[in-house]
Design a protein. Structure first.
Length: 563
């Protein structure tokens, strides 16, 4: 198989589509008849919320299953009884579903297979391929050797099959304390791969499990459990991240010794990292527990729940993951690329409306007091399908404070004394004066309008600036939250001295008195809009109410990122 394929595009042209290395491997497996179908899975450990890196894994696994007409399972890897929480199970299901990865009812828990795993361990013992070991954890470590020196055989390695069977059953029956005995695979203490030096496959742990309760006091280790889970489910390609590359010989050993008819194979790819962004579950957990952020879905985080709350769409995340590609080399991607993707998705699909985030009042002195005019305005100039809306115009408006200056610098084309600008879609106005408070802060801008410039059009003269506005009597008051990186980018994510995070103290700005044009009324959680010149905003799903809207800024309009 070649690295590229020809695909027909909609208009019949041939387009060269490059295949990633996993697709090449699968193509080969299928052509050689190693497998006749493709079955993948996403196997999260329910010990936290999923993040953008997991989204890559989900979309990769799901995408491959779809591409080859195969199946995709969602499986909770809950072999570790200490950390799992039902809250995490529910959030993970919601996130995978939101991303559009349909597991079609194939939702499994590794803990559902504990009986089969126990049987598998017994099978290994019967084959003389596993033994019960009494060494302590420290001794096992010591006997294991290092990268440069081979390990030493455990003195318990040559126990008879009968003795091992009896001891393992005793382990199961709760006759030993935690750590007193373990079951180990009997492989090769001299292997250059440390993972093959008689790894522990079962341990004693007197702990309740969220799914199996107190049924078990022995639990299988990940490297033993995972290939069994895959094999039971008929997974063909077990796709995981690079840190498991050195574990692959053990994965292969387990499926070979257990003699599965259709052994799955493991393929590794590089994790997705974002530059200057906290992605590790461990760190996010710390931020949540220390109340530095407001929970796992705080919009400053890159957990999937947080991205959704911030206003990212599944389409934007899919595009991002596709742009990142799949590789074997670890690298880090700029957050700006994620921003690029959401802008691309929203720019043609969302209405562009007016909002004054830092409002200052503007009064048109020659406009009738009680008059209300409605201007018909296109919702999105790039997408006619979004239609038009009517925007109310009155004598008193709010404009953004930064659109007026008493003493403007050069090339400032917005409002200042004696200057004329266009009020977007409405009229030309000329500034005739302003009022300030005791501290010199502008409280009111006076203007006059020219009735001949209706719809912002004029054949006799031009203006250089156009500013947005909202009617004070029609606008809706709202809270708007602006975000910056949680991390101090100058310093990098981690403090080298103590491993703590370098936090940016100004990562969130809350603006309480924003005014948005009245078309915003009725906006619901997750609805998003472009606010002219300010960026894209999304109704917050937690704190917003019908009569007190709260918005998150998803992203500003400007971009430094170029594809
Ligand atoms: P973390 O510690 O980064 O939060 P994890 O590896 O402990 O993640 P798991 O629940 O074990 O989280 O991961 C489930 C799947 O997601 C695994 O197959 C894992 O390889 C994959 N995965 C985790 N992090 C990333 C990442 N940054 N990029 C791509 N895939 C990832
Ligand atoms: Mg993990």
């Amino acid at each position: 198989m070649s690295d590229t394929d020809m695909k027909n595009t909609e208009n019949g042209e041939k387009e060269t589509v490059s295949r990633n290395f996993i697709e090449n491997e699968i193509d080969r497996d299928l052509s050689e008849g190693v497998y006749t179908t493709v079955h993948t899975r996403f196997p999260p450990e329910p010990n936290g919320y999923l993040h953008i890196g997991h989204a890559k894994s989900i979309l990769l696994n799901y995408g491959l299953a779809k591409e080859y007409g195969g199946k995709f399972n969602l499986r909770f890897d809950d072999t570790n009884p200490t950390k799992e929480k039902t809250e995490f199970v529910e959030s993970i299901k919601a996130d995978v579903e939101w991303l559009g990865a349909d597991w079609e009812g194939r939702l499994f828990f590794a803990s559902d297979y504990f009986d089969q795993m126990y049987e598998a361990a017994v099978k290994l013992i019967k084959k003389g391929k596993a033994f019960v070991c009494d060494l302590s954890a420290d001794q096992i470590k010591e006997y294991r050797g290092t990268f440069d020196t081979p390990g030493k055989n455990s003195p318990y390695r040559d126990r008879s099959i009968e003795e091992n069977l009896e001891l393992f059953e005793n382990m199961k029956n709760g006759m030993y304390k935690d750590g007193e005995k373990v079951l180990r695979a009997k492989i090769d203490m001299a292997s250059p791969n440390i993972n093959m030096r008689d790894p522990v496959i079962y341990r004693v742990a007197h702990m309740s499990h969220h799914n199996t309760g107190d049924k078990w006091c022995i639990y299988p280790m990940y490297d033993f459990a995972h290939p069994i889970e895959d094999a039971i489910e008929g997974i063909t390609h077990s796709i995981c991240t690079l840190e498991f590359e050195d574990h692959r010989p053990l994965y292969d050993w387990v499926v070979r010794e257990l003699e599965y008819e259709y052994p799955p194979r493991q393929i590794e790819f590089a994790k997705l990292y974002l530059t200057n962004v906290v992605t590790g579950k461990r760190y996010i957990k710390k931020l949540v527990e220390e109340n530095i952020v407001d929970g796992w879905d705080d919009p400053r985080l890159v957990s999937i729940a947080a991205l959704r709350r911030r206003g990212f769409t599944p389409e934007s995340i899919r595009m991002f993951v596709e742009l990142c590609g799949v590789s074997k080399g670890n690298s880090s991607v700029d957050y700006a690329m994620l921003e690029y993707c959401i802008r691309e998705d929203l720019k043609k699909s969302r209405a562009r409306i007016m909002a004054a985030l830092d409002p200052v009042k503007l009064v048109i002195d020659n406009y009738p007091d009680d008059k209300v005019e409605y201007f018909e305005v296109a919702n999105n100039l790039e997408n006619e399908e979004l239609g038009t809306r009517k925007v109310a115009f009155t004598k008193e408006l709010y404009i953004d404070r930064e659109d007026f200056m008493i003493e403007p610098p050069k090339k400032y084309f917005r409002l200042f004394p004696d200057n004329e600008v266009r009020l977007m879609n409405a009229y030309f106005v000329r500034c005739t004066g302003y009022e300030t408070d005791d501290e010199g802060r502008v409280t009111l801008v006076h203007c006059t309008y020219d009735p001949e410039t209706r719809n912002g059009e004029c054949s006799t003269r031009k203006v250089k600036g156009t500013i947005h506005w909202v009617s004070t009597s029609h606008a809706v008051k709202a809270e708007v939250r602006l975000y910056e990186n949680l991390v101090d980018e100058e310093k990098g994510v981690y403090n080298e001295e103590d491993g703590s995070l370098n936090l940016n103290p100004d990562s969130r700005t809350i603006l309480k008195d924003c005014y948005i044009e009245e078309s915003i009324k009725g906006a619901k959680a997750y609805d998003s809009f472009q606010f002219v010149r300010q960026g894209y905003f999304c109704v917050d799903s937690k704190d917003s109410r019908d009569d007190a809207l709260v918005f998150n800024r998803i992203v500003s309009l400007k971009s430094s990122f170029k594809l």
